[in-house]
Write a protein that binds this ligand. Sequence first.
Ligand code: SF4
Length: 53
Amino acid sequence: MKSNKSIGCLVTECRFHAKSEPMCSLESIQVSKNKPTAATTESDTECASFEQE
Ligand code: SF4
């Protein structure tokens, strides 16, 4: 799978992960908040383009 060097990712369980390199294979991704209030830490954000393998 072709890796997008602009999107580093360690989530190998995702069907879009490049596998051979620590990167995403999509052209672009959507990053979202996982709570309705203001994000204040890294864990308040997530990749909304994730899909299970
Ligand atoms: S879609 Fe998101 S979680 Fe999946 S490989 Fe790409 S960046 Fe990682």
